[in-house]
Design a protein around this ligand. Sequence first.
Ligand code: SF4
Ligand code: SF4
Length: 286
Amino acid sequence: ENEMIQSGLCERRALSEHPCFYGSASARWGRVHLPVAPHCNVQCNFCNRLYDCANESRPGVTSRIFEPAEALMYLDRLLKTRSDISVVGIAGPGDPLCDPERTLETIRAVHAAYPDLLLCISTNGLNLAEYVDDLADSGVTHITVTVNAVDPLIGQRIYAWISLNSRIYRGLDAAEILLFRQQEAVAMLKRRGMMVKINSVVLPGINAGHISAIAENAADWGADVMNCIPMIPVRDTPFAGLGTPADAEMVRMRALASRHLPQMYHCRRCRADAVGLLCSKNHENV
Ligand code: SF4
Ligand code: SF4
């Protein structure tokens, strides 16, 4: 193994060394998010990106947006000082596939420089189907798709609008299109052998009774694991007043959902510029 590392031919890390997909890896391995994707093609009623992407985040801005080349320089510096990073992810602060050129350029540069690291993307799934092959061919191994509803009647309450091919859709149309495209993309990801996690933001009074149905549908699509994330209310959003689901309710919901999909219990709701072990502080000044 030493010889392989010295000659630069080190092997790719095992898929099971992703600390979010596998709880067992989270004590040893950490992740770094590269915040290169500022824009979003969906407006969720719980998100205000002035504060961050609530897809995978606690409220609070990412410290800054990187250009792809800067992201690689930052990673170079980071990896000189730490040996606990197994995965590089892009999780916004917007949607990585709303800025596909920036995301793919970053991913390809990271994969060329550090072929042993796992690569991960977190997306709302609206633009995902178009890029499944590009992502797989660029070395991406793990994808998270945020699915907050599998019933458009519920989805229409969550999404203010979606933007697709330069058109804005609202209401039931928006929810139907997003759901169809998420489902299609997950099936494509599995055909390319990628690991798929479903994130569902639990919104009291909106989709809290619907989480098990999401799990059941996502399991049919082929997803591998599910992460139910209690919403943190963000000010200046339509859902600012909803409150956050009670811990006991989350326990019950996850137990029901686990009948369909294995659950992730250790998510830290990281910022788009998070770095390190999930149990450590969530970001460094970049
Ligand atoms: Fe915010 Fe993510 Fe929803 Fe876009 S997809 S509005 S960044 S939570
Ligand atoms: Fe992992 Fe959750 Fe953090 Fe995403 S938000 S990197 S799933 S711990």
